[in-house]
Design a protein around this ligand. Structure first.
Ligand code: ZN
Length: 432
């Protein structure tokens, strides 16, 4: 893929992926279009030399891999990891709230949402609905309302004169979206049923049983800045890395066994059946290398590049960074280092990455959090701790992480894609 259409393709991926379910579906469609075969976890697997495969779990996590050779204990895997979920507002099971003449939705806060950024946005709803068909089957379908059907209006400054000195949002009382006035009849299950009928004309619905739905900003992802040097969008953390990893795998030329893993639930600690702290990756790797001795050899001859966004130095808040480890937007991907293993990077994995980036003529930056601040974490240390694979944590520099609209550099994503594509073809990792 060339630079000219890379960002357009990225923007449409962001747009078509309002939830982890939709992000997984977007990747699934792209893989099928490129000739990958879908495997089901409950079936017997036949994996052949020269094959391209993928498997999903919970419809919200995905592992895709290529097997140009099957002596995996000799070759190891070139692995790229990212996560499909982003902080957001999720509908509670009994979400209907009627207050003071308005129909509202009760929401739970998923992950570390920067709550005030959700005010005054044109919001829609998307996610998964589970239903019973007239045949008695329980099945799930993804829905996306697309239209802006909800809004959380701000409070006027006249009623909150201290708003600019510090602003707090109570998540139980103050972040409930308004759908419509109480003069309209409103039944959430009826609304969900009519949306299913709109999207799936052939579906014979008996009743809606349950749902996992979240709100999202309908403003499309866009190139912004005097020279269009920025990408502004929701969910750049971490769909940016999912997209880059996916494109790298599709560009891998099938020289080395390569694997992409994109998991749900990172924003809440990754501990779930389909999260990075669950058994998904190990289950897949063990099926491909069932011999216990060869399994360990395979892991130790592999390397994982865990990609999740990094914090660029913000010119309005420069004091928040260590000046020697303060990445800039559009200056290349960032190696993330933490002595306390909040990142899994070590000198060997960082060196391999630096070498590949140099071959690609691509800049490398480095982030270490200020020593008087606590450090975030990501799927790198979790995956490395689970299966023991040598790992590096990297990420593209961004502003406003966990805002409803984050900002990244429009040149950075393509650069990282080139480096990761080269990584998938690389023969030498660490010499032992
Ligand atoms: Zn993230």
């Amino acid at each position: 893929m060339e630079f000219s259409n890379f960002n357009d393709s990225l923007l449409s991926f962001l747009q078509s992926s309002p939830t982890p379910f939709h992000a997984t579906a977007s990747m699934r469609h792209a893989l099928l279009a490129e000739g990958f075969t879908e495997l089901l976890e409950e079936d017997d697997w036949v994996v052949e030399e020269g094959g391209k495969y993928f498997v999903t779990r919970n419809e919200s996590s995905l592992i895709a891999f290529t097997t140009p050779q099957l002596n995996l204990s000799q070759s190891g895997w070139r692995m790229i990891g990212a996560h499909t979920d982003s902080p957001c507002l999720k509908l509670k099971p009994n979400a209907q709230v009627d207050r003071f003449g308005y129909h509202q939705l009760g929401v739970e806060v998923y992950g570390g949402v920067l709550l005030h950024t959700w005010l005054d946005r044109d919001l829609s709803i998307a996610g998964r609905i589970t239903l019973k068909t007239k045949n008695g089957d329980i099945i799930s379908r993804l829905v996306d309302f697309k239209d802006p059907i909800a809004v959380v209006p701000n409070l006027a400054i006249h009623l909150n004169p201290q708003a600019n000195e510090g602003f707090s949002v109570n998540p139980q009382e103050e972040i409930l979206p308004i759908l419509c006035g109480a003069e309209n009849e409103f039944d959430l299950h009826e609304l969900l049923k009519s949306q299913l009928e709109k999207q799936y004309a052939d579906l014979s619905i008996d009743m809606v049983l349950d749902f996992e739905l979240s709100l999202y900003d309908t403003q499309p992802a866009a190139l912004v800045g005097l020279h269009k040097e920025y990408i502004c969008s929701a969910r750049l953390d971490n769909l940016l890395s999912c997209f880059v990893g996916l494109r790298a795998l599709l560009e891998s030329d099938q020289q080395r066994p390569s694997l992409l893993i994109c998991t749900d639930h990172e924003e809440i600690g990754s501990l779930s059946a389909c999260g990075a702290n669950g058994p998904f990756l190990e289950d897949v790797l063990r099926r491909l290398t069932p011999n216990p001795e060869q399994y360990v050899q395979t892991i130790q001859r592999s390397m994982l590049v865990s990609a999740d966004n990094a914090h660029a130095l913000h010119p309005n808040y420069a004091h928040k960074h260590d000046k020697n480890h303060a990445p800039s937007i559009n200056k290349g991907a960032v190696i993330k280092v933490n002595a306390n293993q909040r990142y899994a990077t070590n000198s060997e994995t960082a060196s391999v990455y630096r070498d590949i980036a140099a071959e690609e003529n691509y800049e490398v930056q480095c982030f270490v959090v200020r020593s008087d601040m606590s450090c975030g974490s990501t799927i790198g240390p979790i995956t490395s701790g689970e299966i023991g694979v040598p790992t590096i944590d990297i990420g593209l520099p961004t502003f406003g992480m966990h805002s409803i609209r984050e900002l990244a550099g429009s040149r950075d994503a393509f650069g990282l894609f080139k480096v990761l594509a080269r990584f998938t073809k690389r023969e030498k990792l660490i010499a032992r």
